[in-house]
Design a protein around this ligand. Structure first.
Ligand code: BEZ
Length: 252
């Protein structure tokens, strides 16, 4: 069954306070190495900052995202962006490459996503992506679990993400019919220029929405994390861990 996170995506807020997500996407963009004339699907495009970069390389890009407000933001850039959850891709053998940055971890179940990517690609096409990997934002996750537990909630019930290890995701890619060229975990401490509060606004609604007093719980979480994630200059640095890979669809 397709599961959608409850996060209320707001393109304007995201562009103002989470633009580091696309700004730090150069490694996966370089791995994609888009060529002029290629037809490329950007899966989970958000408000389209990286889609625009791929289009600037001369590729013919289609962008999809489950969040209508994000798709509206991408369309405002003049992109061909469509509302479509990554678990129900409706394309058949039309793309030279499928690209994704910081989106696959929101999509459950991963098998449905891989099935759609396989169908969307031409034989021999490539799937190049970066997502949260095992241990991603672990300190924040443990903090959220502690704050929720104190209020009688089990955070595991609300966990909207999938952060696999390289071994686990390689196996899923191979089962889905891909040959893995490279896959690896990359720890990437990430400066949150807009602070932890803005990060929580952008990404953690699934956890805090059920609480009677989410504001108080968030304040407790911030106090709990401050000694480990905030440096002496007041800069918040989150413990991001990326899983980046390049896989090829076996030509049949
Ligand atoms: C990520 O991109 O790794 C991420 C984004 C939001 C919440 C958790 C992880």
């Amino acid at each position: 069954m397709v599961q959608l996170a409850k996060q209320n995506w707001q393109a304007e807020r995201y562009a103002a306070t989470a633009n580091f997500v696309s700004a730090l996407g150069s490694a996966v963009f370089d791995l994609l190495a888009p060529q002029a004339g290629e037809r490329i699907l950007d899966l989970g495009c958000g408000e389209g900052a990286l889609t625009e970069r791929i289009a600037s390389a001369g590729a013919d890009v289609v962008a999809v995202d489950a969040a209508p407000d994000m798709v509206a933001g991408a369309r405002a850039r003049g992109l061909d962006a469509r509302v479509m959850p990554g678990q129900s891709l409706s394309f058949e053998r039309e793309f030279d490459a499928v690209f994704s940055n910081a989106a696959l971890h929101w999509m459950h179940p991963p098998e449905a996503v891989l099935d759609g990517v396989r169908r969307a690609l031409k034989p021999g096409g490539r799937f190049v992506a970066e997502m949260g990997g095992q241990n991603n934002t672990a300190a924040i996750m443990v903090g959220i679990a502690a704050v929720l537990a104190r209020r009688g909630f089990d955070a595991r019930r609300y966990f909207p993400w999938y952060f696999p290890s390289a071994t686990a995701y390689r196996a899923k890619l191979e089962i889905a019919g891909f040959r893995v060229v490279e896959i690896a975990i990359h720890p990437r401490p990430t400066i949150l220029h807009s602070g932890l509060e803005a990060w929580l606004d952008n990404f953690t609604e699934d956890f805090f929405a059920p609480l009677a007093d989410p504001k108080e719980a968030r304040a407790e979480l911030i106090a709990l994390l401050q000694p480990t994630l905030c440096d002496e200059t007041g800069t918040w640095i989150a413990d991001y861990v990326r899983l980046r890979f390049h896989a090829i669809l076996d030509a049949k």
